[in-house]
Each structure stands twice: as C-alpha cells, then as structure tokens.
Design a protein around this ligand. Structure first.
Ligand code: G2I
Length: 448
C-alpha cells in the first residue's frame, strides 16, 4: 500500500524532530583534514595497504589528507630478494592517496632496520655499499617521481647520546652516507621534500641537538635537506615540555618540521582518566605544531589501536592512537580536533551509567563472565567500552556481544556494532568464556 502524502509528511516531521533531539553526532563534525587545511597544516596517518577498504578505508580517506606507508616502502618490503621487487602494497597506498586527494610521505630509504637479509648479511666494500644505496634510492624515488610530497630519506641515524648509530651505512661509508643519500634522492625527484627522521628528538636534548647540528652543517654545505621529522612515539605523561621550542629551533635553521609518527602509549588497561589525559597530550602536541609556521603537520602512527605497533613491542601497553579497536573515536581524536581549531567535544560518559561484572557460571578451569552496562533514567550511551585488570591470572577467551582484547592482565571490551546504544533507564550485557586457576576474584570494571 502506498502511504498517503499527509502520513508521509507526519513521518518526516517525526524523523526531523528525532534528529533535532539527538545529540550532535560525530559524523556531523568537520573531518580532521578540513580542520587541518584551514590551519594550513596537514594531518596524516600511517596505513597498511591491505586494510584500505571498509571502515578502515573510509576513515583513512575521510579524516586524513596525508598518508605514510607503515611498512610498504621499506627496503625489505620492496626488494625481499635481490633484484626481485614487490611494489604491490606501496602502489596500492599511492593510488588510494591520489584517489582521495591525499599526499604521501615515502618511508623510508636508508635505515638500519627492516632491510632485506641479503643486504644485511652481505659483505660489501664501501664502493659497493655506496652503489647499492644510490641505486636503491634512484629506483624507489624514481618510481614515484612527481607523486610523493616528501621522503624520509634517512631514518634514525643517531644514538640517544647524539653519537652516530653504528649501522651498515655508517660503518661502511661514515657519516657522509647521509649527504650522499640526500643528494641521490634530490636527483631522483627534485620536487619531493627530503627529510631526516628520528625518534626521541621531540624535546631539546643531546640527540635532537646532534640532529640540529647535522642539519645546520648540511645546509651550510649545500646538501639538499628540506625538513626534519620528529617521530613522537610518546609515553603518557611524558610529552617533552620543550617540544615547541625544539620545533622552532629547527624551523629557524630554514627547514620544515613534521611530526611524523605520533602515538601516545599508556599502561593498559586504559581508564577514562588516562584517556582524558591522552586527549590533553594529543592536543598539546598538535598545538605545538600549529604554533610554528614551518611545522607542516602531524601524522599519527596508525589511527586505530587495532593497527598500532605498540602492543607487540611493549607488552602491557597500548591504546596509543586516536581511535579504538572498533573504530570509535577516542578522546584523543577530539584533542587533535580542538588543537586544529575544531569546537567538537566528545560525548562524555554520563555519570548515570555504570558497568557491573559477574560470574554466572564456573567450573574446574573455565568460567563464563558477564558484564552489564546500565544507564539510569536521563542518561544514555551511543557506544561503550569497559576495562578491567584480572588479578589472578584469568584469561578472556571467546566473547559475545562485545569485542574483547586482553594484553597481559588488562582486558578491554567495546560494544559490538549492534549494541552500542544503551537507552535511558536501560541496559545491555555481553558475555565471554574465560579460564582461571587457583582463584577467580571479581575485578573492578571501569566504563570509559
Ligand atoms: O617501530 C615503530 C616505528 C619507528 N620509526 C620508524 C617506523 O618505520 C617504525 O614502524 C614500525 C612499524 O609500525 C611496525 O609495523 O616498524 C616496525 C619494525 O621496526 C614494524 O614492525 C614490523 C614487525 O616487526 C614485523 O614482525 C612485521 O612483519 O611489522 C612487520 C609488518 O607487520
């Protein structure tokens, strides 16, 4: 049966009223890339090529205007055996970027890590090493000539004390490998901005001063160097107070500065308080870049906690990126947005909502856990996340009606796609199978 016009209009009016009554939805906020553009900055993310579909691809395309391949352009990825090249993932990322009007930072040409074993394990004379390095640069930079905005030409050349890192390149060619690499990259693509990129150089310290002196000397010698990348793999509570001052001193040398690999890791489980602090720190880092004209922008090292290197490398730590494992923006996302001039505020967890944990069933080594998220009348949620720490070696197994991850003793569960909404005066529950031995105490859970 066809609906009558008046019935249709009444229906539309109802929908409109509901939309007006609903709190401002995240989708209505300007994407980060629009905010960044308005500030004459870029906002980027490291990406994994194979994931650039579905929700991951939508967010990468919508929120960011700059991409860095997390691994796809490293020497070990593109030339795993000598003379055999694999450009599939690198090409995929560059194609995606062009389709989404994004710039690409090539990462990285000359590094001590993630090199192919044939290169690492070979025995090379200085002349051979130099040839290998120059050929690699000519080939890879040349392949993408005119399509990449910048290259991390040399990655992580320094030790913490500011001495040169002993690498294949340094040991074979001396410190001049850096000038050689930059010169080769400029020849292969004169339009790409050429960077030296390192970590623990965000604040003023011995390492960043060594980088500063190197850039100053390279400039004085006329070696092509356009910028420095401050990776910014930071720890919650340890954002260097001299970040902006340090960015400024590099800018004053006449080079660009980019924050190239930002993440801020924390000890798991994350709590509402830690996530709020992380928001403040993301905001502070982005603001430090916004404050310096020659700071081109900020790239996060993966935008979702499900695509972050942290949990594998630092067991028990994580939650370092602006989106959670289920692609819900975290407070950190709103920290970036506000630093870029956005006025968005994230939906706070209403005080009237809480989570309760129970063990409905337990047997010799296993148990079933249940968590119920409830909101009192007048409070509601559109998404939720519950975290706890197991105190007696328990382990989460299969979960239903939630996505759960356990890292060490820390468990974090967030809503499934169908049950994020907890209505006023209502509740939702999820369950999981777990294992235990000895004892199975009930943990304290936080809703955040
Ligand atoms: O280590 C963090 C970053 C520090 N600065 C330079 C970056 O290039 C570096 O990125 C990370 C990637 O995010 C990781 O994904 O570099 C790691 C290697 O140093 C990457 O980890 C490697 C794993 O070690 C491999 O086991 C794995 O096969 O990622 C590979 C691809 O997933």
């Amino acid at each position: 049966m066809r609906p009558s016009l008046s019935g249709l209009l009444t229906g539309l009016a109802t929908v409109a009223a509901l939309l007006l009554a609903a709190p401002a939805a995240h989708a209505a906020d300007p994407p980060l890339r629009d905010l960044a553009t308005a500030k004459n900055k870029v906002i980027g993310t490291a990406v994994t090529g194979s994931k650039l579909t579905g929700t991951y691809g939508e967010i990468a395309g919508r929120e960011f205007n700059w991409l860095t391949p997390g691994n796809a352009m490293k020497w070990g990825s593109v030339e795993p055996t000598r003379g055999n090249f694999n450009w599939t993932e690198a090409d995929q990322i560059v194609d995606f970027a062009e389709a989404h009007d994004q710039d690409v930072r090539g990462h990285t040409l000359v590094w001590h890590s993630q090199n192919p074993s044939w290169l690492d394990n070979g025995t090379w004379t200085p002349a051979q090493l130099s040839q290998l390095m120059n050929d690699h640069i000519a080939l890879e930079v040349g392949r993408y000539k005119g399509r990449l905005a910048a290259w991390d030409v040399v990655n992580e050349p320094f030790n913490e004390d500011g001495t040169y890192r002993q690498t294949l390149w340094y040991n074979g060619l001396g410190a001049d490998y850096i000038a050689q690499a930059l010169t080769a990259a400029r020849a292969a693509d004169p339009a790409a901005k050429l960077y030296i990129n390192d970590y623990n150089v965000e604040g003023v310290n011995a390492k960043s001063t060594a980088l500063y002196n190197l850039v100053r000397d390279l400039k004085a010698r006329g070696v092509p160097i356009d910028g420095v990348g401050l990776q910014a793999h930071l720890i919650l509570g340890q954002v260097p107070s001299t970040l902006q001052q340090n960015i400024q001193r590099f800018a004053d040398l006449g080079v660009d500065v980019a924050i190239t690999e930002l993440d801020i890791r924390m000890q798991l489980p994350s709590t509402a308080a830690k996530l709020a602090q992380q928001r403040t720190e993301y905001d502070a880092v982005v603001k430090a870049c916004v404050a310096v004209t020659r700071c081109t922008g900020v790239t996060v090292w993966g935008f979702t906690d499900s695509d972050s290197w942290i949990p594998d490398t630092f067991p028990g730590q994580g939650a370092a990126t602006p989106y959670d494992e289920n692609y819900a923006p975290k407070p950190a996302y709103y920290g970036i947005a506000t630093a870029l001039g956005g006025t968005v505020t994230e939906p706070p967890v209403p005080t009237g909502c809480s989570a309760a944990y129970s063990v409905p069933n337990q047997w010799n080594t296993g148990f079933t856990g249940q968590v119920t998220i409830s909101c009192a009348a007048g409070s509601s949620l559109s998404s939720w996340r519950v975290a706890w720490t197991f105190g007696a070696g328990q382990q989460v197994g299969q979960a239903w009606n939630a996505n759960c991850v356990q890292t060490g003793t820390a468990v974090s569960c967030s809503n499934a796609s169908w049950n994020g909404s907890v209505p006023s005066g209502g509740s939702v529950s999820f369950g999981f199978n777990g294992t235990w031995s000895g004892s199975n105490p009930v943990p304290t859970v936080t809703l955040g």
